[in-house]
Design a protein around this ligand. Structure first.
Ligand SMILES: [Zn+2]
Length: 154
């Protein structure tokens, strides 16, 4: 399941691509745990976004990025993900950080019809809408990640 790790911007969000295991119970929890360990949001975002503009195959297990792989000199120029191109990239889950407020917004794509977007066919849906399904206070209580996954649009 494709996702993105991003910063909240005036227009929406801007960050980098995350290819596998991007569900709240996997990537969302990993980001939460990272904050609990490191404690400084800018340090984390600099490491995850700014230093790896090519994005990540996955942060789970042995984290692998696309920009520093020695098995294939990938595109180190970066692959920015934002609210305009994310659904074309098949991104369904976005974790957008609001640094001043110390929160993580969980943003999910929905088809205008309300049907769930299927990103597995490669192209995603350029008409998908984005909904903030959770705003998580990083200094608060750990949320129930599974229940966030199950939120559906009305
Ligand atoms: Zn890298």
């Amino acid at each position: 399941m494709r996702g993105a790790i991003a910063r909240v911007t005036g227009e929406g969000f801007r960050g980098i691509y995350h290819h596998r295991d991007s569900y709240p119970s996997s990537l969302g929890k990993t980001l939460w745990d990272t904050y609990q360990k490191v404690g400084d949001l800018e340090t984390i975002l600099d490491c995850l976004i700014d230093q790896h503009p090519g994005g990540w195959s996955s942060l789970e297990g042995a984290a692998r990025c696309y920009c520093h792989r020695d098995w294939d000199k990938g595109d180190s120029e970066g692959w920015e993900v934002n609210q305009s191109n994310a659904s074309r990239l098949g991104v369904e889950w976005v974790y957008a950080f609001d640094v001043p407020n110390n929160t993580m917004l969980v943003i999910r794509s929905f088809n205008p019809s309300g049907a769930k977007v299927i990103g597995a066919f490669g192209l995603g849906n350029p008409d998908a809408l984005w909904s903030v399904v959770a705003t998580i206070d990083l200094k608060g209580i750990e949320p129930d990640w599974k229940s966030i996954e199950e939120i559906e649009e009305d």
